[in-house]
Design a binder for this molecule. Structure first.
Ligand SMILES: NC(=O)c1ccc[n+]([C@@H]2O[C@H](COP(=O)([O-])OP(=O)(O)OC[C@H]3O[C@@H](n4cnc5c(N)ncnc54)[C@H](O)[C@@H]3O)[C@@H](O)[C@H]2O)c1
Length: 350
């Protein structure tokens, strides 16, 4: 198995590279542009292994992608690279359109040109896996959950750009016959997540007695999946997914944002209780424009057809995440020069 992972230096891509190298015996080429979201040292634990290779490259660079794909001769490409932070997409949508749409187009064309030259059985066995998000579905009404049949209805520039990329992937499957598989996953958390995202942001603030920002009334609901479970799901979709199909992954862990903030505070208080409970650090701040109220995922198709199921409970995963950030300041401290916790993604009128 020879797998190209784009965006392998980011949060989910790095978990996928580790999983493929350690658990699946794959040779992996990580292609990453090393944007602000890629932290040095994220792949320190596998980068000396002979099965792992890195190429600095931008997925928007069509000629470079053609070359890298042709040289590596992959059995699969997992497109994980993306601009991924909703607040940044509100402040500056252009980079999202460029990477999440034009970048997907360039990867699809590189894959198609390589795949066109393959003969059987390699041609039928090849897979292009597009890693997407449940945010493309917009908000889930109370009592409902997204399924693979739910129409796309994105609310943010981020989710709209991901939706557009997914449409291209499906079209390349239908028009050119490229064997594409899509995955849509709920919110991830775990080690190596850039500290602008909600769980590491809240957790690092709580560790250092800083304010913990919670958007709006804190009642927005997200479903949470531990990142290693997602990595395993992507690998399962690559190995067992049917071309043209999509698979949803979720954690069976719907939580209101305020509940997540409370859980982080209480877990830290249980280890070291300061004079005041850490819940007092929580501040309700102006809501995110276009903020979806609820995401909820029905992942029974992945259970049925891929044999995938989440293995880490939210409580266990959160405890592991807290322990990891507490012990790995070497990783996140340098990132604070790139991201100082300042609020972005507000409209001038907010
Ligand atoms: N984080 C989540 O909760 C979540 C949930 C579901 C789906 N997803 C999807 O998973 C994917 C990865 O998310 P993440 O949280 O790991 O993101 P991330 O921001 O942590 O990592 C993105 C990686 O892509 C790289 N990258 C960005 N633009 C690039 C370009 N033009 N060329 C090459 N590399 C580029 C960055 O350097 C970085 O290493 C995204 O497609 C996202 O939509 C994320």
């Amino acid at each position: 198995m020879r797998v190209i992972v784009t965006g392998g230096s980011g949060f989910i891509g790095s978990a996928l590279c580790r999983h493929l190298v350690r658990e699946r015996g794959a040779s992996v080429l990580n292609i990453d542009a090393l944007t602000y979201a890629a932290a040095p040292g994220t792949l320190a634990d596998i980068e000396a292994r002979p099965e792992y290779r890195f190429a600095k490259g931008d997925i928007r660079d069509a000629a470079a992608m053609m070359r890298l794909v042709a040289d590596f001769k992959p059995t699969a490409i997992c497109n994980v690279a993306a601009e991924s932070h909703v607040d940044r997409s509100i402040s500056g949508p252009k980079a999202f359109l460029e990477t999440n749409i034009t970048g997907v187009f360039a990867m699809l064309e590189a894959a198609r040109s390589y795949w066109d030259g393959l003969s059987e059985p390699a041609r039928s066995a090849f897979r292009f896996v597009q890693v997407s998000t449940d945010e493309v579905f917009g908000t889930a009404a109370a009592g409902t959950r997204f399924t693979e049949e739910t129409p796309y209805d994105p609310s943010s520039p981020y989710s709209a750009s991901k939706a557009a990329g997914d449409h291209l992937v499906r079209a390349w499957g239908r028009t050119y016959g490229l064997p594409v598989v899509l995955t849509n996953c709920s919110n991830n958390y775990g080690p190596y997540q850039f500290p602008e995202k909600f769980i590491p942001l809240a957790l690092l603030s709580a560790l250092h007695a800083g304010e913990i920002p919670v958007y709006g009334d804190g009642q927005n609901v997200r479903d949470w999946l531990f990142v290693d479970d997602h990595a395993r799901g992507i690998a399962d979709a690559m190995a067992k997914g049917v071309p043209g199909e999509s698979y949803l992954f979720g954690g069976n862990a719907e939580r209101r944002n305020i509940e997540v903030a409370h859980a982080i505070c209480d877990a830290l208080d249980a280890v070291h209780r300061p004079n005041e409970p850490r819940r007092n650090l929580i501040r309700h701040v102006t809501d995110r424009p276009g903020h979806d109220r609820r995401y909820a995922v029905d992942f029974s198709k992945a259970e049925r057809e891929l044999g995938w199921t989440p293995s880490v409970s939210f409580e266990d995963g959160l405890a592991r995440t807290i322990a990891w950030y507490s012990e790995n300041a070497w990783w996140w401290q340098p990132l604070q020069t790139r991201y100082d916790g300042r609020r972005i993604g507000l409209l001038k009128t907010s």
